[in-house]
Structure formats: structure tokens, C-alpha cells
Ligand binder design. Structure first.
Ligand SMILES: [Zn+2]
Ligand SMILES: [Zn+2]
Length: 445
């Protein structure tokens, strides 16, 4: 970090920044030394031309322009996962460091900023810039700073921040994995609609378990509604599930860039600080097609064996990119079925005999379900460009569809019978696990 000799005007005492300190060239003058006229270092003078003398104060100023500070090789040539992000606050550049891109410093910088501080956040890693896809967040690469313009020209001191801020996370009691022998990933990866799985088989049970996890993901929406977040827009949930059926992380949308998938991933990497990818053979569930930003973060942190399933298809521009890395569960199996309190104008389907009873049974996941409902209800005005992500919190019926997920889950739990074969054994184990997990889950700092 460059330092500068500091002088003051010997007439009016105005502080004056001198030349850069060169540590290999020891200085030959003492504090209090007066430099007058042509003896002054070039360009170092008081603003008042009549004041001809400057005095060395003995102090060195740590302030350099942000541009100068960002020329450090640590920033220009980051190695491994090393990343830095910060923002200007008065005369300081408050920055965070991280050695793991799965726990990017840029998140800390955005969340660590005072709410009233509208400063741009700078980071040195382009691979942490998935965050720039979220509107209204000003994030730039440090190498885009210009020496004499804007933030680049501001003189600042570097101040390392050590208290990291993260999005809220959903925590639940640690429970034993419901499927100690694993197999959920294989079931997720091999799922096809045409595959007729033998009744009573473990494979059929695992295929059904995938729908239960999707319903559990929809149930997260209930948790998020119970917590009164600012700018409530939290009608999306995401779940990371291990091959053994253990819920490793969960996330809900709490606004800004804290989308469900982002909150889920950050929660996982906070609790597994050395991990840089989600575990091999895991399955990710999201209630909605991941958006551009979430897709960016998922792409950086996704393991090579990992299946991402989503519930509702976002047919708008927000969902277009996400479909490249994820699949709609109802494309591969019957859509998870929800029981709505009221009869909705959506497609009524029957899942199994056990789900056929009652009114208001709605498929959670048919591509156009929410669209259709909104259009039917004359809610086209809130559809914008047809993106569900931005509209989901605005339509009552859309919310109703999502909430019916947890009702369906409870319904299934209440109807769980004693395990008589491999299929019912898996279903029972998974439903019991999900029930206990959801029952103890809460949103925490
Ligand atoms: Zn002066
Ligand atoms: Zn998203």
C-alpha cells in the first residue's frame, strides 16, 4: 500500500500531500524541515501561491486513491479463491477478504454496508459477479476503476472488516439421514416419466420422495410468510438435499439478491467454510426456475454430480437461463400435488388414490399454472414481461398455489401407513424426516 510524505504550509498550516514514500530510499530530512521555493518537491505546494514554504510534518499519510490501492497484485492477479470486495465510506475503503469464492466477500460488502450508504461495491473477482444480475445493486470490478475519475480518484485508507454479514438462514434440528444407504441422487438423475417403477420397490419410493422434498421446499414459503421481512417478496424456496436424504441447507427469498437459491448456497458454505462446491450426489430443489443471478452462483458452486429440480416454470425472461442447468420436476414425474383451501381455477389433477379426495387439488408445477390463474383473474397487468419471479408476491392465487404445498405434505404425513414394503419404507422414513425438519426449522441470523 503506498504511503505519502506529509507536509504542511509553513504559513497557513494546510496539510499537503507529498511524494510517495519509497521504502528502499531512506529519507534524509527530519520532521520540521522547511522547504522553500525551488527546494520544494515538484508539485508540492500550498494552494495559495504567496505561501512559498512547506514543512515536513513527520507523518505519512496512508491515503492513496482507490485506483492506486487497487493496483496491488493481490487484487489484480488473485490466486485460488482469494477475493476482496469493499465500498467507500467517507475516507475509508472498507473491505472484506475471503479465500473462498463460494463465500464471496462481495456478499459481505453489500450486507455490511450501512443501509443509507449508496456506494458502489467493488470486487476483484469476475466470478463473484453473478451478483450484478440482481437489479439495483451497484457492483463493479476493481479493474474498471479509472485513475482520475469517479471513485478511482478518491483518496482513502484501507480498513479491513472482520465481522461478516450474511443473509438470514433457515436452521433446523440436526436429524439422522432418512436414507442411510443413499440413492436419492441416482433416483433424481434417472427419473423419467415413462419409467414404470415396480410398485412396492425402493426405486418407486425414492421417486416419490423427490416429490416430497419438492413439497417441503414449497412449505418453506410458509416459514417465510411467518417471518415479516421488509419488502416481502419471499415466495420462493430452495433446498439442498444429500444422497441420503438429509437437508443440508435451505433458503427463502428475503429480498434484494438474497433469492432462495442464493440464501441456500450461502447458508451451506457458511456452515462448511472450506467447501467450494455443494456435495457430490446432492439434489437441489427450487420452487421456481432459477433466475440469471442464481444460475450464476449455482454454476460456480454446483458439483459435477448434482441434479437441480424446480417446481414452477418461470416462463418469463427471469427463468430462461435457469432452464439450462435445471429441470422441471413435473417433466420427469407427476407434478407434486397441493391441497388448496379454496378451489382454484388451475388444472385439477389426481396424483394417486390417496390424493384424489377433497376439493382444490392443484398441481404444483405445471408450467403455466400461475400464469393461467393470474390471467383468469384478470391480473395480466401485474404480469409485466411474463416473469413469474417478479410477480409472484403480487397475486393472491399464486401465493395460494404455493402454500397448498405444505398442506399437501401434512395431508400425506397424516396418511402415512406402516411400512409393508421397500416403497412404503422409503416414503415413511422421508416423510417422518421432513416433518421433523420442518417442525424444528426457523429463520435465524
Ligand atoms: Zn498556505
Ligand atoms: Zn434468483
Amino acid at each position: 500500500m503506498p504511503q505519502f510524505y506529509m507536509f504542511k504550509c509553513s504559513t497557513c498550516s494546510t496539510p499537503i500531500k507529498g511524494p510517495k514514500v519509497q521504502p528502499d530510499k531512506p529519507k534524509t530530512f527530519k520532521p520540521g524541515t522547511l522547504f522553500v521555493g525551488t527546494n520544494r518537491p515538484p508539485g508540492v505546494a500550498c494552494g495559495n501561491a504567496l505561501h512559498t514554504g512547506i514543512t515536513y510534518t513527520g507523518k505519512e499519510d496512508l491515503r492513496a486513491t482507490l485506483y492506486e490501492l487497487c493496483q496491488d497484485p493481490i487484487i489484480t492477479s488473485p490466486t485460488g479463491g482469494s477475493n476482496v470486495a469493499g465500498y467507500i465510506d467517507g475516507t475509508e475503503f472498507k473491505f472484506y477478504r475471503s479465500s473462498n469464492l463460494a463465500r464471496p466477500a462481495v456478499v459481505n460488502a453489500i450486507l455490511g454496508k450501512d443501509k443509507s450508504n449508496n456506494a458502489t461495491v467493488y470486487t476483484n473477482r469476475a466470478d463473484a459477479l453473478w451478483i450484478k444480475h440482481y437489479p439495483r445493486i451497484k457492483v463493479k470490478l476493481m479493474d474498471q476503476l479509472k485513475p482520475n475519475e469517479g471513485d478511482g480518484a478518491v483518496g482513502v485508507t484501507l480498513t479491513v472488516q472482520t465481522v461478516r454479514k450474511w443473509p438470514r438462514q433457515i436452521a433446523a434440528l440436526a436429524l439422522k439421514a432418512p436414507l442411510p444407504d443413499g440413492g436419492l441422487y441416482a433416483a433424481a438423475a434417472g427419473l423419467t416419466k415413462d419409467l414404470d417403477l415396480p410398485p412396492g420397490s425402493r426405486k418407486k419410493g425414492l421417486a416419490r420422495a423427490l416429490r416430497y422434498y419438492m413439497l417441503a421446499t414449497y412449505s418453506l414459503v410458509d416459514i417465510s410468510s411467518a417471518e415479516s421481512y421488509e419488502g416481502l417478496k419471499n415466495y420462493v424456496g430452495a433446498l439442498l438435499v444429500s444422497d441420503q436424504g438429509q437437508i443440508l441447507a435451505a433458503g427463502i427469498n428475503t429480498g434484494s439478491f438474497r433469492h432462495a437459491e442464493v440464501s441456500m448456497l450461502l447458508s451451506y458454505f457458511r456452515n462448511n467454510p472450506t467447501a467450494t462446491k455443494v456435495p457430490e450426489n446432492s439434489v437441489i430443489f427450487s420452487t421456481l426456475t432459477p433466475c440469471k443471478g442464481c444460475t450464476g452462483f449455482l454454476s460456480v458452486t454446483k458439483s459435477s454430480n448434482c441434479v437441480i429440480y424446480f417446481g414452477q416454470e418461470d416462463t418469463g425472461k427471469d427463468g430462461r437461463v435457469g432452464k439450462k442447468i435445471s429441470t422441471q420436476l413435473s417433466e420427469k414425474t407427476k407434478a407434486p400435488v397441493g391441497h388448496s383451501k379454496e378451489k382454484l381455477p388451475g388444472e385439477i389433477v389426481t396424483d394417486d388414490a390417496e390424493d384424489a379426495e377433497g376439493t382444490g387439488v392443484v398441481a404444483l408445477g405445471t408450467a403455466s399454472e400461475i400464469h393461467k390463474i393470474q390471467v383468469d383473474k384478470g391480473l395480466t397487468s401485474c404480469m409485466g414481461d411474463g416473469s413469474i419471479a417478479t410477480q409472484i408476491g403480487k397475486a393472491k392465487h399464486a401465493k395460494e398455489v404455493l402454500r397448498s404445498g405444505s398442506e399437501a405434505l401434512i395431508h400425506k404425513m397424516l396418511r402415512t401407513r406402516a411400512a409393508t414394503d421397500a416403497e412404503s419404507e422409503v416414503k415413511r422414513a422421508v416423510l417422518t424426516y421432513i416433518g421433523q425438519w420442518l417442525g424444528t426449522s426457523k429463520s435465524v441470523e
